[in-house]
Design a protein. Structure first.
Length: 352
């Protein structure tokens, strides 16, 4: 027969170790009850843990895509509203130049309004959000359009005055010379390909007015779908509106003869019509992308729900089982504490 040795310390240690084990199991049960998922997913799922992790990673990827699409949406919304202001201003200016509203004194009013609208146009095209210029194309870090009324005088204003002087051999607004400009001479100056139109062609536009890139930002709104998500200030309708306001504000309308004024007004109306309709087309293109992003957002939400439900089913605990286990462990813990307290009062010396 083999002899076994026991001490008071060993006698006390056994119930205490049971308390520690039961407490650990209870902590695990409480954590599962509060979170609704296994405390140790890897231990419970085994080889299926990889599937759960893949589903969670895909949900994270969809969340990231949703955030990127949200930022793209903000850029598009801001661009759309800026273009809305540009279009509205163009339509208001067109209304001002309607033949029935023009009088012999309209030249000064039209010129003043054009100067105000040109400043507003430049401000709208220099709109930024999140530290990025909306109308810079991929060149989002540089102000797209130079200030026409800058001091010292801007390159764009200097170029206009030089083009006028080269055409008529005196500066704009010069009296009495300006009043002697014939309608035919003005038509020649304003014709397509003429000195005035050349100011807004690519070379001079980018040299004197614009720092924007012709290349728009492209955004991935799904894994396999890319859209243009910006507008650049080099778009033709925006140039036409800048051309219109420049002509109206700096040609010296009030100093021209009535027939020559009519030539200018015809040109202004033509530019206003083309520019505002062109801006509407740009807004329509933006609207198509906005609608597509909205559709993609709904698809992402549906995919997230399916995948969240998938890993939820894998990781979810049985609420009734966890509740029952928690109650049993709490009861066991109370008994263990009671026994530990009673045993701690005992000593082997009492039995010698």
């Amino acid at each position: 027969m083999k002899a076994s040795f026991i001490s008071t310390a060993t006698f006390l240690k056994t119930p205490r170790s049971n308390v520690s084990r039961i407490q650990a199991d209870l902590d695990k049960a409480v954590a599962e009850s509060s979170k609704g998922r296994y405390a140790d997913v890897g231990l419970e799922l085994g080889y299926r843990t990889g599937l759960s992790l893949n589903l969670r990673q895909e949900v994270d990827n969809l969340d990231a895509q949703s955030r990127r699409n949200g930022l793209t949406g903000v850029r598009l919304d801001s661009s759309y509203h800026a273009l809305d202001r540009v279009r509205t201003d163009g339509e208001a200016f067109l209304a001002l130049t309607t033949p029935g509203k023009l009088t012999d004194t309209s030249g000064t009013v039209v010129a003043q309004m054009a100067a105000t609208k040109l400043t507003a146009l430049i401000g709208d095209l220099n709109t930024s959000t999140g530290g990025q210029y909306l109308f810079g194309g991929i060149n989002t870090g540089q102000r797209p359009i130079a200030d026409y009324e800058a001091s010292p005088q801007s390159a764009a204003k200097t170029a206009f005055q030089q083009a006028f002087t080269n055409e008529f051999h005196f500066p704009p607004g010069t009296q009495p010379d300006t009043s002697n400009i014939t309608p035919a001479q003005m038509e020649h100056f304003l014709q397509d390909g003429g000195r005035f139109a050349q100011l807004f062609e690519d070379n001079q536009w980018k040299q004197n007015w614009s720092s924007a890139s012709d290349v728009n930002i492209k955004s991935d709104i799904t894994r396999n779908e890319t859209v243009e998500s910006s507008v650049n200030a080099n778009a033709q309708p925006l140039r036409q509106l800048a051309m219109m306001y420049t002509l109206a504000s700096d040609i010296g309308l009030a100093s021209l003869g009535p027939a020559t004024q009519n030539v200018v007004y015809d040109k202004l109306r033509s530019l206003a019509n083309a520019g505002t309709l062109g801006v509407k087309d740009i807004q329509a293109d933006i609207g198509v992308v906005q609608a597509r992003i909205g559709t993609v957002g709904k698809q992402i939400d549906a995919q997230k729900n399916i995948m969240t439900e998938g890993f939820g089913k894998l990781e979810a605990v049985d609420w009734e089982e966890v509740a029952t286990r928690t109650q049993n462990l709490e009861a066991q813990l109370k008994v263990a504490y009671s026994l530990t307290g009673q045993v701690s009062k005992l000593s082997l010396l009492d039995y010698i």
